[in-house]
Design a protein around this ligand. Structure first.
Ligand SMILES: *[C@@H]1O[C@H](CO)[C@@H](O)[C@H](O)[C@H]1NC(C)=O
Ligand SMILES: [Cu+2]
Length: 391
């Protein structure tokens, strides 16, 4: 009798513990946790304005602060499997992300999602602002761009083994990419076409013309990165998702500004032809208690978020260390590794020499996954809000 009770106790204690060790179960986020996290972030005070700069124009201290906060969220297991993945699951979950894609709520939904993500980063570094990835500066050949080096986004193909997200495991599989196999970056022409339109309905699914469809253009960039970024269900698990969407948000803001110049109120502009009912203006956004049209209100752009524009350049020095100035277009472009790609052991020209210097400098791998290197520790202003005792 005694041993039987003992055995039963051991069994009861062992079974759930064993269950938790199954990677397929314990790595999966739980939607209730994710929604709760979104609510907590929604209610959290805004720490101050957000000024978003192109990621390549930040100095290394500023960039390391951002990726340090991202890695802090990825290492924070107070929500299962970690705060980063639990938040990203909002974008992945088929019920929660209704109304996020394939319709006019795309821009307002992602605006709020990115806003909350930035608030999440501010748990770890209270004054950090997200940076954006302007895909219109990408070169014809992916490998010419310094973006895909250890100092910035890490390698563009296969499992991500360099850069700040190296070795990341997502809830589904190892973080991977398949750069430039399909899709394409955005172009100046895309942007100009978008900005030439007057109404949200003209740049949104389902009614937008193909060449003015911002959501479609943004899809091409997802596909251009490929791998985890290439599917809606997994995209947000690649941290460059948020840099991409920060840029889409900057474009949205430029569009809204143009609307105002033309006497259109972006806060009231919603197409009658919005397709699915989840894209209706007053349908729930499923982020906090907001409705789709709430994301189109001036609150976000006037009080909180600013995109600092890329310079209209006349010299390379204005374009930071990862880009150069295309003087004919007065535009910074990201093809500084072009010469390196062509060199392959030849040292005959100045171009080749410059290229090899670039390569050497960029091969320094930083190692953000050691906690000490980003130094934020566990600075939480409202730890009680993170007590997920029920789950
Ligand atoms: C980086 O930029 C910040 C301003 O945002 C400045 O305070 C800091 O000194 C710069 N750091 C370096 C290493 O240049
Ligand atoms: Cu999305």
């Amino acid at each position: 009798m005694q041993w039987a009770r003992c055995a039963l106790t051991v069994l009861v204690l062992l079974v759930p513990a064993y269950d938790l060790q199954m990677p397929s179960r314990s790595n999966l986020p739980i939607v209730e946790d994710s929604l709760r996290l979104a609510n907590i972030l929604m209610k959290r005070p805004v720490e101050g304005p957000s000024v978003r700069t192109e990621c390549r124009l930040l100095n290394s201290t500023e960039y390391q602060r951002i990726v340090g906060a991202i890695n802090a969220a990825k290492l924070d297991t107070r929500v299962r499997p970690n705060v980063y993945d639990a938040f990203s699951f909002l974008h992945a979950h088929p019920e929660v992300n209704k109304g996020a894609h394939q319709g006019p709520a795309f821009l307002s939904y992602h605006r709020v999602l990115v806003f909350l993500y930035e608030k999440m980063l501010r748990i770890y570094d209270r004054s950090v602002s997200l940076c954006y990835w302007d895909t219109t500066v990408e070169p014809d050949v992916l490998d010419w761009s310094a973006l895909w080096t250890p100092e910035l986004f890490g390698n563009p193909r296969g499992a991500v083994t360099t850069g700040f997200a190296r070795g990341w495991i997502t809830p589904l599989r190892t973080l991977n990419r398949d750069g430039a196999a399909q899709g394409r970056p955005m172009t100046d022409e895309d942007v100009n076409t978008i900005l030439s339109k007057n109404r949200l309905g003209e740049i949104s699914m389902p009614a937008a013309a193909v060449d003015a469809n911002l959501e479609l253009m943004h899809n091409y960039v997802h596909t251009y990165v490929g791998g985890i970024m290439g599917q809606v269900e997994t995209a947000a698990y690649d941290p460059i998702f948020w840099f991409h969407h920060a840029f889409v948000d900057c474009l949205y803001e430029r569009f809204r500004e143009r609307q105002k110049e033309r006497g259109i109120n972006p806060m009231r502009d919603w197409p009658a032809e919005h397709g699915d009912s989840t894209h209706a203006p007053f349908a729930p956004m499923r982020l906090g208690s907001l409705r789709n049209i709430d994301g189109a209100q001036d609150f976000f752009s006037e009080e909180i978020v600013r995109c600092s524009p890329m310079p209209v350049c006349s010299s390379d020095s204005e374009c930071g260390q990862y880009m150069r100035c295309d003087r004919s277009r007065q535009k910074c472009i990201s093809d500084t590794l072009r010469a390196a790609g062509l060199s392959e052991g030849a040292w005959s020209s100045v171009n080749n020499l410059l290229g090899s210097i670039w390569r050497g400098r960029l091969s320094t791998v930083n190692d953000p996954l050691t906690r000490a290197s980003f130094g934020f520790g566990n600075v939480f202003q409202q730890p009680e809000l993170f007590a997920f005792s029920g789950k």
